[in-house]
Ligand binder design. Structure first.
Ligand SMILES: [Mn+2]
Length: 371
């Protein structure tokens, strides 16, 4: 009996030691996870040297040869509602170039496609020089503007601009919220395809303009499965204003590739809805950050679900997307931190983006885009 109880005592000591080890390893894991998260968000937010280099070279080129960069008369195509119009809001020259090239290279009739690029004041010159040096092929049209070129965007009209005056501009940007002003940015147009700058287009997209939206405003791909990506995930349902106006189980959809019916938008006064809720959220009590929550609110019951093959998401965070699904997609979206232009990009998806980089452009070669 003494021998037995001695053994059991030893076992208990071993168990206690094991428990201590597990606890210590778990602590380490927690710390490592936290550090990993911080590192990945730092690499995601910092501007890589090559992007910076490209913008600098482009501006330098403009200063060296101002005679080559005089203002040009805009083409009438810019306002022709019978053409296919894209809205692309970005401060990233190479990303915009990849989106535009990928659309044009896969378009059956590229001359019918019109790109409306809006950037910030700091990147306007670089963006303009790029498209003057590398005009798009196939007769497609590009218009480049800065946010400041739209005088209706004032802090008395736009809640986000007002909120920016009092809060941290790091977490909110006018460029991100421009998507809520499409009918006013393009008053002559009836339909616009909104594209993020972290997408690649792999097919002719003209079918999107022909889809019957049944009077809805927004055509988008839904992202919910099981209990995930429902409205409850994005909005604070413990707040009565949210609880009383929305169904927590409603399926969320994705921003990044949206076909908008601007006439329906004007008729339904969606911009007013957006203003109303963005004002209510001044203290961040209805949702925390970003444009998707106010988007889900603004286009609640005004969104038509599109076939999933139009827009495949997750290439910036999900290593397990099926390659068949990606191959079959009209648009792939690198949403997440691992953008294809960063060092932390996922190797298995990177070539789908780099294949649309304009490798013949001298500055792309000089700036080491790692092609
Ligand atoms: Mn995106």
């Amino acid at each position: 009996m003494i021998v037995e109880s001695k053994e059991s005592y030893d076992n208990q000591i071993k168990i206690q030691k094991l428990k201590d080890t597990i606890f210590a390893v778990n602590e380490q894991l927690g710390k490592a996870k936290k550090n990993g998260g911080i590192a990945s968000s730092i690499s995601a937010k910092s501007i890589p040297k090559s992007l910076h280099c490209l913008a600098m070279r482009l501006v330098e080129e403009r200063i060296a040869h101002p005679e080559n960069y005089t203002e040009q008369e805009p083409s009438p195509a810019i306002e022709d509602p019978s053409l296919y119009h894209y809205a692309l809001f970005s401060d990233n020259v190479i990303a915009v170039s990849v989106v535009v090239r990928s659309v044009v290279m896969n378009a059956e009739e590229p001359w019918k496609h019109v790109f409306h690029v809006v950037t910030d004041r700091m990147n306007l010159a670089a963006m303009k020089v790029w498209f003057r040096m590398r005009p798009v092929e196939g007769g497609a049209h590009v218009e480049i503007k800065a946010v400041e070129d739209f005088p209706f965007l004032t802090s008395s009209y736009v809640p986000v601009l007002k909120q920016l005056e009092s809060s941290n501009p790091k977490y909110m940007s006018m460029l991100n919220h421009l998507r809520f002003y499409l009918p006013e940015l393009y008053p002559k147009l009836h339909k616009v395809l909104f594209l993020d700058d972290d997408v690649v287009v792999q097919k002719d997209l003209t079918g999107l303009w022909k889809i019957d939206l049944d009077g809805r405003v927004n055509g988008a791909v839904e992202t919910c499965f099981g209990s995930f990506h429902r409205y409850s995930h994005y909005l604070n349902f413990s707040h009565p204003l949210i609880r009383d106006n929305f169904n927590s189980k409603a399926c969320a959809w994705a921003f990044g590739m949206n076909i908008f019916d601007l006439d329906a938008w004007r008729r339904e006064k969606c911009t007013d809805t957006y203003h109303h809720w963005q004002n209510l959220n001044e203290n961040h009590s209805l949702w925390k950050l970003g444009t998707l929550p106010p988007g889900l609110i603004t286009f609640y019951s005004k969104t038509k679900s599109l076939d999933k093959s139009w827009h495949v998401l997750g290439l910036g965070y999900n290593p397990g997307i099926s390659m068949d699904e990606i191959r079959n997609a009209a648009v792939i979206h690198y949403n997440g931190n691992m953008k294809p232009w960063l060092d932390i990009a996922m190797n298995q998806y990177k070539h789908l983006w780099t294949k649309y980089i304009d490798g013949d452009m001298e500055f792309v070669q000089m700036c080491n885009f790692g092609l």
